[in-house]
Design a binder for this molecule. Structure first.
Ligand SMILES: Cc1cc2nc3c(=O)[nH]c(=O)nc-3n(C[C@H](O)[C@H](O)[C@H](O)COP(=O)(O)OP(=O)(O)OC[C@H]3O[C@@H](n4cnc5c(N)ncnc54)[C@H](O)[C@@H]3O)c2cc1C
Length: 441
């Protein structure tokens, strides 16, 4: 019998396994796929571009990820975003507009009417309801900053982070928002008090985020078992039996489940633990279309992190929607060969759920049409790569975190959960959930 089995080798499971391995615990990691990393997957194309097939950057945030990178010995590979990445753009009202970066910009932005600005800036005057409500993010923010600001700022932001809809996501998707209202009496007031409490800056690694799962996988060595798909769990004397597809079962004293929500929910069901908050958790699809271009082939400069689209503002003509574009080679150096640039066009999300059914040619055409309309495409790209993620981002409904806490209290002894279904979908959040599961097991 092994001491600890970690099921799922995405960043949550890797963080858990790494911490336990460092503490000299007898830990083994089982992943259904042919590599570790889950969504984190960096490739170098034949044309010389560095492409992130999944996530492309990490935001300061909780700092769990940055500590992990240091512990693993990749500190020298940390790569900060270029200064130009502080500019962000929004497609709204039929034009590209710069996102305000401070109160002065808010007064002059064309993204809000004078009434909309007044409604936003009077947010500190609005009282919080006595009791916290299980409401949607859109409903809470509309109460505080008004419908215009939700449509112009929150909607594109929620598209960029969750591929979601603020009026369907619960406040649990961004617990900070509820906390600011209830514990500090408002968003502006709370943010003022919390200034400096969050890590800042956007970063990656010199050869892409894939360096991190690669390094942890190498450190774990033979303790990583690939092509190992867990299909059921059974209680046995002194622990849990993990039944694997096409392989002998593994007996472990303790188990960390770090697989996607529906898989984790199904595994818990085999132990007699119902987990509807996992099995029924909806997910939004994302398709990433990476385009490599010669410098001269775009009419407009890409001087920023990227552009997001507001759902109220379709692209002109018959162009199919895109969620946004990340100016990948502007954000980080070393992503495109000299004289070239690269873009990640994000398609799908809850606005376009049929996206994963389209063939590559249709997806590339959808992405190129949008880039042409937005930035003026003068010649065909020299590199194109399509990656489909049918279940990319969990869409936390109202009350999700309460349901997760209640599930946590019902788990059998020696079983813990980690992953993007627990307490946030960012890499920082999932690493934090993996480390917490390792501490608790
Ligand atoms: C396109 C895209 C872009 C993103 N961009 C960003 C970004 O820029 N910044 C950011 O912070 N976050 C971003 N995210 C979110 C972030 O990448 C994810 O939330 C995070 O990687 C999830 O990690 P995880 O370990 O919870 O799950 P996963 O990465 O899904 O890992 C789960 C693992 O479980 C394995 N598994 C599945 N079934 C079984 C089974 N039966 N038995 C054993 N193993 C199994 C899978 O093979 C997989 O390796 C992005 C996500 C996507 C999809």
């Amino acid at each position: 019998m092994i001491e600890i089995a970690v099921i799922g080798g995405g960043m949550a499971g890797l963080a858990a396994a790494w911490r336990l391995h460092r503490r000299r615990r007898d830990v083994h990691l089982f992943d259904a796929g042919a590599r570790v990393g889950g969504f984190v997957d960096t490739v170098r194309t034949d044309e010389g571009f560095l492409v992130e097939r999944g996530p492309g950057s990490i935001r300061g945030g909780r700092l769990a990820m940055k500590s992990l990178i240091r512990e693993v010995g990749l500190e020298d590979a940390l790569l900060l975003a270029e200064p130009a990445a502080k500019n962000r753009y929004i497609w709204a009202g039929g034009e590209i507009q710069r996102l305000p970066s401070g109160p002065k910009d808010l007064l002059t932005t064309k993204l809000l009417s004078p009434g909309g600005k007044l409604r936003l800036l009077s947010e500190p005057l609005r009282r919080a309801p006595r009791e916290r409500r299980d409401e949607t993010l859109g409903a809470l923010l509309e109460r505080r900053i008004g419908p215009e600001a939700v449509a112009s700022f929150v909607d594109p932001f929620v598209t960029g982070v969750y591929a979601g809809d603020p009026y369907r996501l619960g406040v649990d998707a961004m617990p900070l928002v509820g906390e600011l209202e209830h514990d500090h009496g408002g968003l502006f007031r709370g943010l003022g008090k919390k200034r400096g409490a969050f890590g800042s800056g956007i970063y990656s690694l010199t050869d892409g985020l894939g360096m991190l799962p690669g390094a942890i996988g190498r450190a774990l060595g033979e303790r990583v078992h690939l092509g190992a798909s867990a299909v059921a769990l059974e209680r046995i004397d002194g622990g849990t039996r993990v039944v694997l597809r096409d392989a002998d079962p593994i007996d472990a004293r303790r188990v960390i489940l770090a697989a996607p929500a529906p898989v984790t929910g199904a595994l818990l069901a085999t132990l007699g633990v119902p987990a509807q908050c996992l099995t029924h958790l909806p997910h939004a699809p994302i398709v990433k279309v990476e385009l490599g271009l010669r410098d001269a082939d775009l009419a407009r400069p890409l001087d920023g992190f990227g552009l997001l689209t507001a759902s109220s503002s379709p692209l002109p003509g018959d162009a199919l929607p895109i969620m946004g574009v990340i100016f990948a080679s502007t954000v980080f150096s070393g992503r495109a060969p000299a004289g070239h640039r690269s873009l990640s066009v994000m398609l799908g999300g809850v606005r376009d759920t049929g996206v994963v059914e389209r063939d590559d040619a249709a997806l590339v055409a959808q992405a190129e049409r949008a880039i042409d309309l937005l930035f003026g495409l003068r010649a065909a790209p020299v590199m194109r790569r399509v990656t489909r993620w049918p279940a990319a981002i969990p869409q936390y409904p109202p009350g999700h975190l309460r349901a997760i806490a209640s599930l946590g209290a019902r788990l059998p002894a020696g079983v813990r959960l980690a992953g993007n279904h627990q307490a946030g979908v960012s890499l920082d959040d999932v690493v934090a959930s993996g480390l917490a599961a390792a501490d608790a097991i």
